[in-house]
Design a protein around this ligand. Sequence first.
Ligand code: SAM
Length: 291
Amino acid sequence: MNRQKSFANDQEGIGKLYVVGTPIGNLNEMSPRAIDVLKTVDLIAAEDTRHTRKLLSYFEFSTPLISLHEHNEVSKTEDIVQQLLAGKSVAVVSDAGMPAISDPGEVLVDAALKAGISVIPVSGPNAAINALVASGIAAQPFTFIGFLPRQKKERQKELQRWSKMPTTLIFYEAPHRVKQMLHDCAAILGDRKAAVARELTKKHEEWLRGTIAEIINYLEGAEILGEYCVVIEGSTDNEDDTHNNWWNDLEVVQHVQHYIEGGMDKKSAIRQVANDRGVPKREIYQIYHEH
Ligand code: SAM
């Protein structure tokens, strides 16, 4: 267990790591707090230093930058942690949105926490949450999946994993793959309610809301440009027939594992399984831990 008092001065001589959100398109979404933090830290670890330098110069300040991207995150992390331990304050940013969300940042956060460094989030835009809240599809519970695998077979296999999930599903997708990805979703998840958001916060922001098949139909004749988020309604398989729950064929342990693989921590997964099955939590806890 680790307790952090983010703004207490109880760690003299050790720096803090700020995880800072930056715009996903519209620069006016840069928050005053994010500017303040990026201005005052000793060092910014940036996914692409050229991209971040442009952001800093737009807001008329400069702070030393170091690159931290998916190909050097592991090797650079040790150096950044040493700088934090030596008393430097560091901010981590990605090219757009929140670091660690389908972007670098997670490895550094993990290493900093292991080294006893305070890690502080500085809220910023995030494409998934923007897409979710205006999609018209249930905003909770939801599962953020991010990018599906590029290879068709693996993508379909991954979709199978989520096909019985009763939560709203949020995906990121590259423009040249979005049609194929929607075809796979229709085939594996069924023709559910969906929303596709393009160029969020930008001048050409656009929404397609309907069923997956209706959206595919529209996209067949459309030019596909920009950045896309896809939001899809969760499975409703178990709504009408309580004897036909999606988890009926699963052992308790597999049922818990399903939620853990979906991103829940162990405690929440056990609570969810107990809810699904209508039995006390301790019963599930016992079975899971005896296994
Ligand atoms: N860290 C970012 C965040 O917090 O949203 C996500 C980075 S991920 C590498 C980039 C993907 O996010 C894009 O391929 C697209 O799916 C989605 N995305 C980013 N900006 C977007 C925008 N303005 N409109 C729609 N989707 C966007």
